[in-house]
Design a protein around this ligand. Structure first.
Ligand code: SAH
Length: 346
């Protein structure tokens, strides 16, 4: 199915995926307010603009109070859930700060509309199991850790030798054992990647009983070493959009009741990418909360959209995009995936 190019076949897959998301998850689209609170990173992923070796990036770390205030803005605006994302750091100072922020947000976001406070997703990289446990105990109940590619060869072309696929896999195991709702995902269009590998990635999500998927096309950042020499994958340009939408649609058809994000990277390759993502089975949107002056420093890839939009602008723009595809923005709910809820209460 990933190789589909025929217009009618593509339309058929799109309609099946759209039917599946509405049938399994409902018409609602859930927001996760995305706070990219630091670009300081100790990893050196070959594709990523904020990799450790990119000395051209000015590093930042938001103040804890600033992060809490942004989260509370989400709560006041009915978002229900947030994602705290950053570069990867393992030091105790960083971990303690994440834990303090989670606790403060949890406590201060309780209201009549959100009796259990905001739903918090963490996306702060690889950690030992006991650290994940501390983060969970602090009140974060979801964790996103993209596996990037489940194919060892491709993973190794994307990462230096000291970053191991097996270690990232083990983190996913621990997150599940602790009780997090677990999110993962991959990038597509990596040099050497094939359709078969992407099909295996989808089967991996299924085998690992994953609750949430965030994935998108690889977009080149010129200050990074991962090549994009035109021999990349079997696709380019419009084909990358087609492949991205097929990945979402087929993941929806295979996994059925999980949450799938229409990502910013998708909007980068197609101005209507997020709407199309929703029509192909996505049900999650992550509006940016990162203060505009810091966004330019959190450039994972070039041409990242919405660089100058304030959080109010993001809110109204996305609301319009969601209504344009006849879906409804959920208000004041965590929007946990049906898949995770069924595991908890079969
Ligand atoms: N360090 C955190 C957050 C990483 S940023 C963690 O790994 O959990 C979130 C995601 O952005 C990454 O997992 C990666 O899949 C994606 N990303 C990074 N560079 C990219 C690029 N050049 N093109 C597209 N997506 C990219």
């Amino acid at each position: 199915m990933l190789k589909t190019t025929d217009t009618e076949d593509l339309k058929f897959i799109q309609e099946a995926a759209e039917f599946s998301v509405i049938d399994n998850c409902g018409e609602h689209v859930h927001y996760r307010g995305l706070i990219e609170f630091s670009n300081i990173c100790h990893l050196d992923c070959y594709y990523c603009g904020i990799r450790k070796s990119n000395s051209g990036v000015e590093r930042f770390l938001l103040k804890e109070q600033e992060v809490v205030d942004l989260a509370l803005w989400c709560a006041d605006n009915g978002y229900g859930s947030i994602v705290l994302q950053s570069g990867e750091r393992k030091d105790r100072k960083f971990v303690d700060s994440v834990i303090r922020m989670v606790k403060a947000i949890k406590k201060q976001s309780i209201s009549e509309a959100l009796p259990e406070g905001l739903g918090i997703t963490l996306c702060v990289g690889e950690h030992p199991k006991d650290v994940y446990q501390e983060m969970y105990d602090a009140g974060a109940h979801r964790y996103l850790l993209r596996i990037e590619s489940t194919n060892t060869e491709i993973f190794n072309t994307m990462h230096p030798d000291n970053q191991k696929l097996s270690e990232r896999m083990e983190c996913l195991t621990w997150l599940r054992e602790i009780g997090f709702q677990v999110g993962t995902g991959v990038m597509f269009g990596i040099p050497g990647q094939t359709y078969d590998m992407l099909a295996d990635d989808i089967l991996f999500f299924k085998k690992r009983d994953i609750d949430m998927i965030g994935m998108g096309p690889y977009i080149v950042h010129k200050a990074t070493p991962l090549p994009n020499d035109g021999n990349q994958f079997q696709v380019k340009g419009d084909d990358l959009v087609r492949l991205s939408l097929l990945m979402i649609a087929i993941t929806r058809l295979v996994l059925k009741d999980v949450n799938i994000a229409a990502t910013t990277a998708l909007q980068t390759v197609d101005p209507q990418g997020r709407e199309k993502g929703l029509m192909h089975g996505a049900n999650i949107i992550m509006p940016q909360l990162t203060p505009t002056e810091q966004r330019a420093k959190y450039l994972l890839y070039e041409d990242k959209p919405c660089q100058d939009d304030t959080m109010e602008e993001c809110k109204s723009c996305l609301g319009g995009r969601i209504r344009s595809v006849e879906r409804i923005v959920a208000q004041n709910s965590w929007g946990d995936s049906k898949h995770a809820l069924k595991r908890k209460h079969p």
